[in-house]
Design a protein around this ligand. Structure first.
Ligand SMILES: Cc1cc2nc3c(=O)[nH]c(=O)nc-3n(C[C@H](O)[C@H](O)[C@H](O)COP(=O)(O)O)c2cc1C
Length: 353
């Protein structure tokens, strides 16, 4: 049922991660929801499962993560529960680090009369800005089906996968970040919106081109910066690099120490460290510089190229040099080509003559 996303870690430690949406069979009262979650927390704790449950307007969205066996047990109970129907699995994969490690089950129930975010963007006259505004709205509403159909329509109209990512998906992440900065939505809306965007971007990924390198000449370790909760960019890079024939590892380190051990264990050609694509994390710059320095010092004999990315690098003026990296990607598009060139360059300069 669950597929491994590429980590070479001990299978004993794999964490299965499942996200689904469903429709409530009746409108639960606040106390019914709280009771459901209270009981669920007790059971989740006993199974080592963490996650979050969102309820809004008659719809549930839940992410669960934990040991594959525990999750399987839980999932067979949840699937049979008569309180909801139209269950649709949005994603299931295996990761090495939990997203919701602090929560047995975080309940988030959104008020039905919350302000409509992105009012300004919706009124924008310009076509592209209008699209971005609409996509951000759909993502923040957790409406992945319309998000995917919007992107598919554009794809049928002749947009390439790359154009969709660079001109719509990445700007949409920034528009959602702006909505959060303007207090038009709360942090969990933004987190869910980014997950929705991630699912949609994955659904429209382009098929590998004939010219793609298929012999895994290059390997990349994709890490979100320790402490960074937004992983849209890292996940889009995973698709891009896999399609380009790279060996891809995505370990989600929680600390610099974990990142350093992962680099030492895998010795990749490139280490990419990503910050949020939605928010310009100015305050994270000094911290990222430290992470880059620690990573570089970890394996001085390693040839690894270090790249960085995120909104801060695509529009807010930070450069690779400002954090001691070799490359700062302005977008996920083109990164695999540029980084392959940098790896080749490094191999040539380090090969003894
Ligand atoms: C939307 C939804 C989400 C649920 N999430 C959980 C959960 O995370 N953990 C849990 O133990 N039960 C959860 N439940 C309740 C289970 O479906 C089930 O009632 C409970 O695990 C008891 O299972 P059992 O009757 O097989 O003992 C959820 C129910 C619904 C409707």
């Amino acid at each position: 049922m669950l597929q491994h996303s590429g980590s070479t870690q001990d299978p004993q430690n794999w964490i299965a991660c499942l996200t689904y949406k469903s429709k409530a069979c009746y409108t639960p009262s606040t106390s019914e929801l709280e009771e459901l979650v209270h009981k669920a927390r007790v059971r989740n704790r006993s199974l080592g499962v963490t996650g979050m449950l969102l309820y809004e307007n008659g719809k549930f969205l839940q992410t669960l993560e934990g040991p594959p066996e525990g999750l399987r047990l839980l999932w067979s109970a949840i699937r049979e529960d008569k309180r909801h129907s139209h269950i649709e699995v949005l994603s299931e994969h295996v990761v090495s680090t939990r997203l919701f490690s602090d929560w047995d089950l975080l309940l988030y129930s959104r008020a039905e009369d919350r302000p409509q975010p992105l009012a300004a963007a919706r009124e924008a006259a310009h076509d592209l800005a209008d699209y971005v505004g609409r996509m951000a709205r759909l993502a923040l509403d957790g409406d992945d089906a319309r998000l995917v159909s919007q992107l598919s329509q554009l794809s049928e109209d002749g947009w390439t996968g790359e154009a969709l990512l660079a001109r719509l998906v990445e700007p949409t992440a920034r528009a959602m970040g702006d909505a959060w900065l303007a207090d038009e939505c709360c942090e969990i809306d933004l987190t869910i919106g980014l997950s929705m965007l991630q699912l949609a971007a994955h659904a429209i990924r382009s098929t590998p081109t004939a010219g793609a390198l298929r012999n895994s000449r290059f390997s990349i370790l994709l890490a979100t910066a320790p402490g960074e909760a937004h992983m849209l960019g890292t996940s889009m890079l995973a698709d891009q690099f896999t399609d380009a024939g790279w060996r891809v590892e995505m370990p989600f380190p929680k600390t610099d120490g974990e990142l350093v051990s992962q680099v030492n264990a895998r010795r990749p050609d490139v280490i990419d460290i990503g910050l949020s694509d939605a928010l310009p994390r100015h305050h994270a710059l000094a911290r990222l510089r430290e992470t880059v320095a620690n990573t570089r010092a970890a394996a001085p004999e390693n040839l690894a190229v270090i790249s960085v990315g995120g909104r801060l690098f695509s529009e807010a003026g930070a450069t690779a040099a400002s954090v001691g990296a070799d490359y700062a990607r302005p977008s996920v598009i083109g990164a695999s080509v540029r980084l392959a060139q940098l790896v080749e360059q490094r191999r040539r300069t380090r090969t003894p003559s």
